[in-house]
Design a protein around this ligand. Structure first.
Ligand code: NOJ
Ligand code: NOJ
Length: 477
């Protein structure tokens, strides 16, 4: 731990900085391997259906031993990242087998009668319906699942998988009515996206930014796939819903408070209705939708501003953030009362949101390194000043690619991303296992042990870190 105290020297003493850098690289690589190890144990555990992914092995206090549609999609996506990086054929084959099982399982899940229809949030690991009381439907699930399966479609197609035709038809058949998994989800999204439903935290019924962004990505990919499959009617419907979606994205922006609101028209309990609507879900929405379009993108002023407000708020409310000179541990939202076991308690920082903050920094590098300049505005000024510590940043200033200032900006982003990673490393269990939360006072892991999503979040952040380093190592022209 001691060496992290020297992190402030990163940009000064070069030799020392390089040593710290190497230590950190090693620790991150190490945690990446361990995350993979722990995550794998939650991918089709023994008593589950082939293709299932459990949210955590914890069967009680809290009860997380379920195949959660959202968590599964996030983890499936990171498994596809790993598949792309895998260099031995046996391993690739194992991945492929799992992917097909996962597709088949989802076909079954769509047909099991549930209380929430296609928006049913979770199933028993054997694929049977959970019919207890729960916040349902949660409509980010079908959108997310469709996007991951469309990505799988592209692998199958581009790599010419042996049973490719069958797999592709199971993902998207272009028929009406359809028997295929992604098309069912896409049709559901196109039909229901304006209907109130529960948010990704499973607490608030309303109309959510996170859900909308994930659904938008699904329809964007859906339009392309429908055209490819000569399903013109579907392409037309998805496209027209997309245009309507694009028109409402802006209404989440709260100009007075300077952040994008998590939910519009919340219908749940008074407490949740009165929350500020400041929420890390907004940052996750950008990470999980990956849309660099003109409607909204990663480095949009409104998103940078939201990040700055979250950063300031979490650094103030969690005592752990006042102790070490590491990146700020991020929670879900400031008024959170879920401590990982009980709902009427007091909330904590979470691993997946803190790793998400790291990933956000690395992805800003990827995004900005492809532009000619970065411009400071009244909205994003706080991000540069308070989050990155560029004190002189002022409205109207422009950093041009190739300039020294631009390079410093990139270094600050890397440093800031790395500090978030150190935050996670600092609080992990000694065996590299990660739970859902970080106790706000003691810093110990808390809530569902071995949360699969925590590992996926760390691993994707690390993969984006590698890319960011490659971009900067290659030098900015
Ligand atoms: C577990 C999680 O869904 C969490 O978001 C929620 O607050 C509690 N259950 C209570 O429903
Ligand atoms: C609670 C979280 O709020 C929710 O997003 C997640 O799906 C479940 N836990 C399972 O990990």
């Amino acid at each position: 731990m001691i060496r992290w105290i020297f992190i402030g020297l990163l940009l000064s003493g070069v030799v020392q900085a390089q040593n710290i850098q190497m230590d950190l690289n090693r620790e991150i690589e190490n945690q990446f391997q361990k995350s993979y190890y722990w995550m794998s144990r939650n991918v089709h555990p023994e008593d589950s259906a082939p293709g299932a992914i459990v949210a955590s092995p914890s069967r009680k206090n809290p009860e997380y031993y379920y195949h959660w549609v959202r968590d599964a999609a996030i983890v499936f996506d990171s498994l596809m990242d790993l598949y792309q990086l895998a260099d031995n054929e046996t391993q690739k084959q194992q991945f492929r087998r799992f992917f097909v099982n996962h597709l088949n399982l989802n076909q079954n899940l769509q047909m099991v009668p549930t209380l929430g229809g296609l928006g049913e949030p979770k199933f028993y690991p054997d694929g049977s319906a959970f019919n207890g009381p729960w916040g349902r439907p949660q409509n980010d699930g079908p959108g997310f699942r469709a996007s991951t399966l469309i990505r799988l479609f592209s692998f199958v197609h581009n790599e010419n998988w042996s049973n490719g035709k069958e797999i592709k038809t199971l993902i998207y058949d272009g028929e009406n009515p359809t028997k295929s998994v992604a098309k069912k989800d896409l049709d559901y999204v196109a039909k229901t996206w304006t209907a109130p439903n529960f948010d990704l935290w499973e607490e608030v019924n309303g109309f959510h930014f996170y859900t909308l962004m994930v659904q938008r990505k699904a329809l964007q990919l859906g339009v392309r796939l429908a055209k490819f499959a000569n399903d013109d009617e579907a392409a037309r419907v998805y496209q027209s819903e997309l245009i309507r979606m694009n028109q409402v994205v802006g209404s989440f922006w709260d100009n007075r408070q300077g952040f994008i609101r998590a939910t519009l028209f919340p219908r749940s309990s008074k407490l949740k209705r009165e929350k500020s609507q400041l929420d890390s879900a907004v940052i996750l929405a950008l990470l999980h939708s990956d849309l660099s379009d003109s409607v909204i993108h990663l480095a949009d002023d409104r998103v940078l501003s939201t990040f700055a407000v979250l950063h300031k708020t979490f650094s103030r409310i969690y005592p752990v953030n006042q102790k070490e000179q590491l990146g700020v541990a991020f929670g879900r939202y400031p008024e959170d009362t879920y401590d990982g076991y009980n709902t009427n308690s007091i909330g904590n920082p979470w691993v997946l949101t803190t790793a998400g903050a790291a990933e956000y920094m690395y992805r800003l590098i990827e995004f900005w390194a492809s532009l000619n300049e970065v411009r400071v505005s009244a909205y994003n000024e706080a991000f540069f000043k308070d989050v990155l510590g560029i004190e002189g940043a002022s409205n109207g200033q422009v950093w041009r690619r190739g300039s020294n200032e631009f390079k410093i900006l990139m270094q600050k982003l890397i440093l800031s991303g790395d500090k978030f990673m150190m935050r996670v490393l600092y609080h992990k269990n000694p065996d590299g296992s990660l739970s859902e939360q970080i106790n706000r006072n003691s810093g110990f892991m808390q809530g569902a042990a071995n949360l699969t999503w925590s590992y996926a979040a760390f691993m994707t952040a690390k993969l984006h870190r590698d890319r960011a380093y490659r971009i900067l190592g290659g030098g900015l022209k």
